[in-house]
Design a protein around this ligand. Structure first.
Ligand SMILES: C=C1C[C@]23C[C@H]1CC[C@H]2[C@@]12CCC[C@@](C)(C(=O)O1)[C@H]2[C@@H]3C(=O)O
Ligand SMILES: O=C(O)CCC(=O)C(=O)O
Ligand SMILES: [Fe+2]
Length: 368
């Protein structure tokens, strides 16, 4: 067992960074370290804010379409997720990350696995370390949770299962609205949406993130800038701000947590499915000097056997398909290899004499 754990974390020595009084150099980022995205004047005086859509509003479909075209991210209210469930899942997160490191490592993500405790996967693309820890849940959490809490894990399992079920329903609703705004009717136009158009066969991963209070937050990075490899992501953040989204021409815009709101990100697979009409949103998480922060990302995608490609309704003589078909597993691999170049690596090249695509394929991780 110990050799498996040290394998999982070989690239980054395991130490309890949460109790450090000073920021070690290995955690001190400068702008170049995070991809060098310009911090436009907007950052300090951001006048723009991420759209808010009331899901009970009869115009929700139009508002969501507009938000997806202009931002690639929006917040929702009246989403139907009970506050009590959000409180409970936050409590499970808090309890999990409060465990001593040696206990959390009993549920460490294995080198080739997707579920379990670990530091940011995308760390390998950066020379600096991120000020965060995470726990990924794919499928039932029971086995890992039993390692964490030998006694009394079942309540935490129930909370996660209920949260996943509620998220799945909400994700189905959001899919119908996001696609509806492109003229795509889920139950007619998307085979895997099923006869009721409820996307029952969809897959998902739940990512719990913890950003401890940090002695030097201006130089630290919670989670570096990335887009999600999903169709869409539903993000819950506790009462501490940290999420920022990048808007072209504006710069980094903070999405402050507001009770009752959830943040919806357009992911890379939605960008592909919409044939580029919706952009996936580049986002990152900053950290705080005095407060620790929790977030939960519900990463939503198609069933593992389904290939996502630009929808035929959005393709025509003047609108060639911009991307080749990919399954979620294949795309996750591409992301793990090419990180923020993953989308361009599945893009179709358009030479003068027709369409060809240039790609490497490989397959194996299973999310489902
Ligand atoms: C289903 C997913 C989506 C994953 C991989 C796998 C489980 C965890 C997800 C995240 C969560 C944190 C950012 C990200 C970039 C990461 O490193 O892990 C995400 C990644 C992706 O969107 O590619
Ligand atoms: O913590 C956040 O606000 C962002 C988390 C995130 O982007 C992710 O888990 O993919
Ligand atoms: Fe993300």
């Amino acid at each position: 067992m110990p050799s498996r754990l040290s394998d999982a974390f070989r690239p980054h020595p395991i130490h309890d960074f949460t109790s450090l009084r000073e920021l070690p150099d290995s955690y001190a980022w400068n702008q170049r370290d995070d991809g060098g995205y310009p911090s436009a004047a907007g950052e300090a005086f951001a006048t723009e804010s991420v759209p808010v859509v009331d899901l009970d509003d009869p115009n929700a479909l139009q508002s969501i379409g507009h938000a997806c075209r202009t931002w690639g991210v929006f917040q929702v209210t009246n989403h139907g997720i009970p506050t009590s469930l959000l409180d409970m899942v936050e409590c499970t997160c808090r309890t999990l990350f409060s465990l001593p490191l040696h206990q959390k490592l009993k549920a460490a993500r294995s080198p080739d696995g997707v579920s379990g405790y670990g530091f940011a996967r995308i760390s390998s693309f950066f020379s600096k370390l991120m000020w965060s820890e995470g726990f990924t849940v794919v499928g039932p959490p029971d086995e890992h949770f039993r390692q964490l809490w030998p006694h009394g894990y079942s309540n935490h399992c129930d909370v996660i299962k209920e949260y996943n079920e509620e998220m799945k329903k909400l994700a189905g609703t959001l899919m119908r609205l996001m696609l509806g705004s492109l003229g795509i009717v889920a139950k007619q136009d998307i085979k895997w949406a099923g006869p009721k158009g409820d996307f029952k066969e969809a897959s998902a991963a739940l990512q719990l993130n913890h950003y401890p209070a940090c002695p030097d937050p201006d130089r630290a990075m919670g989670l570096a800038a990335h887009t999600d490899s999903t169709l869409l992501t539903i993000l819950f953040q506790n009462n501490t701000s940290g999420l920022q989204v990048f808007k072209e021409g504006v710069g980094w815009v903070t999405v402050p947590p507001v009770p009752g709101r959830l943040v919806i990100n357009v992911g890379d697979l939605m960008h592909i499915l919409s044939n580029g009409s919706y952009d996936s949103i580049l986002h990152r998480a900053m950290v705080n000097r005095t407060r620790h922060r929790l977030s939960l990302a519900y990463l939503y995608g198609p069933p593992s056997s389904v290939e996502i490609s630009p929808h035929p309704k959005l393709v025509g003589p003047n609108h060639p398909p911009l991307y080749r078909p990919v399954t979620w597993n294949e795309y996750l691999h591409t992301k793990a290899k090419h990180f923020n170049e993953a989308l361009s690596s599945v893009r179709v090249c358009v030479p003068l004499n027709g369409l060809i695509d240039v790609n490497e394929h490989n397959n194996s991780v299973t999310v489902g």
